[in-house]
Design a protein around this ligand. Sequence first.
Ligand SMILES: O=C(O)c1ccccc1NCC(=O)[C@H](O)[C@H](O)COP(=O)(O)O
Length: 422
Amino acid sequence: MEALAIGSAPPRPGLAAPTRYSYLRHPRTLIATASARRPIAAVHMDAAAAGGRPSPAPARCTRAETEPEVGEVATSSHAAVEAEAAGATEQGDNGSPVADAAAAGASIEGVDGIRIRRRPVTGPSVHYVGPFQFRLENEGNTPRNILEKIVWDKDAEVSQMKERRPLYMLKGPLEAAPPARDFVGALKASYDRTGLPALIAEVKKASPSRGVIREDFDPVQIAQAYEKNGAACLSVLTDAKYFQGSFNNLEAIRNAGVQCPLLCKEFIVDAWQLYYARSKGADAVLLIAAVLPDLDIKYMLKICKILGMAALVEVHDEREMDRVLGIDGVQLIGINNRNLETFEVDISNTKKLLEGERGQLIAQKDIIVVGESGLFTPDHISFVQNAGVKAVLVGESLIKQEDPGKAIAGLFGKDISNAGAA
Ligand SMILES: O=C(O)c1ccccc1NCC(=O)[C@H](O)[C@H](O)COP(=O)(O)O
């Protein structure tokens, strides 16, 4: 550990991977990457000035030590908020089993079957020597794929958001939010009405795999066009960094009077985000099995229920499907045809995951399966419908058409709007 010789902080336990101190080997990098250090206290003061209460340390996640009894708190979402805001459910630094493992210095890879590392395992990727800031690269603190990168960035983003708006500050916005609507009911009604998979149409400006998909992007106009042309529900991307989405878009669509229930399409890593999404008008949220351990999914499902929101639990492979099928209370499973680590899209993934006993169990449990990503033609829709899906989540193929609303009839091979299918 060459850097220890110059007095850097000792490694945290579990620093298995060799650290590469590039500035020692390439002295010029030192000048190129060094930046003035800001005292940590100043960062906290900024947060306080921005409206949050000063907090001694950023709480990264909230989790009920004893999971909330849905029956007990279902009568009032605010009871849960109050309890949590009062600190009754705060647990440690993060509360996630994954984070706990990381904090204990263990490798988090493979915890509860999740495929990504929820945060760097070998300590901070930024290291300070006096006034200089270095980025120390090693296997443990360099994301291995885009999903890992998104999740690590999201974790940092949410920590900041929570500092600015701690849970107790969401109580008012939650009370003022328009009531949650029945996302699952809307999908079922559409399927019953058309005999075709219900459409969750995605309001998506850009993506990591495609870059900007639509330059001329008016989220409210697109949402209204989707609704008019037969979408059962809408999915609104709220991640800014990778998808150029925003919570303003979600709020604006809800406030514009769009009746379709809204899925907040976000990378959820922390229960706080569920409350925030609801306060912005979400009727449903996405929980990604590759990102969340089973315990987190169970806990978040309960919070969703308390808040009146549906949860679309997303899987990509058999292992994730089996994990999710073992969790009680899952009503909606999304099968993503896109591998979020490699961007590869293969719609036969939907069929593969619904074959045999898995398909039977899904039918027994009355779970609605949503086919997600890479759906461009009526043949694709028929293919996933024959595989067993009752809903589809579609972004790119609609959004890149000149008229995303009219593109719906092209995708299904017929007009599925109320007017057309009547
Ligand atoms: O779309 C991406 O490039 C992407 C990259 C990394 C993580 C998630 C990503 N997309 C989220 C989705 O799953 C899709 O937006 C959604 O299923 C619609 O897909 P499509 O119809 O192919 O736009």
